[in-house]
Design a protein around this ligand. Sequence first.
Ligand SMILES: [Zn+2]
Length: 235
Amino acid sequence: MMLQMVRAKRRQVLVDINTQRDFFLADGTVCIRNHRRVLAHVRRLMAWARRRGIPVISTCEVYPDNNGHNGDLRYCIDGTDGQLKIPYTLLASRISFAADGSTDLPRDMLRRYQQVIFHKRCVDPFDEPRIDRVLSEVCAAEFILMGAAAEGAVKAAALGLLQRDKKVSIVIDAVGYHDNREAKMAFRKMEAKGAKLIETRRIAGTSHLRLVGACHCESCQRMLQKVTVGAPDEK
Ligand SMILES: [Zn+2]
């Protein structure tokens, strides 16, 4: 079977959703709220996955650049910086797939690479044939979701996985959102459908490290200074 990649069925898989500059950095075109806190948690989860050899399935939104004729769509345009992933969400052992409608996948993909990155031209990962195939066929004891946005791609990924009888955990403090009320409703819906809502510390332990390191906005830089001079963490 192609995706016995995750050989041991007990294994966890980290599903890393849209951790791209446009969503996560203050100068991104659709930056989530509270990006500093969420980014710090995303960074810790990636470090945890790297250390433990946890397979990472990443999805990125990438839209074609139609010479400025993209209507209202103003984020994650192919070729722009905003479409790039945050540097620490990239593992050394990785492979990327364009969104080309194909469902082809190398047989031993996740045995050869720790991270597989899929581009998608849509919010719901299951609308992209290759991602649909991967998420449907991977056997893992637990799919751990982080990224953005709670009310968009994270919700769509969670509900799709649950529909396929997968066990899903959402790391709520590593999930960004645009609208607080809609995000709350999304979390409630995911939970009602069977997802477990957890926090980063349950997976990656506690840490005083609040470093974000990728964003240059004032808030993130202030935190960087604090950490560097060893001042106590903000609550
Ligand atoms: Zn920032």
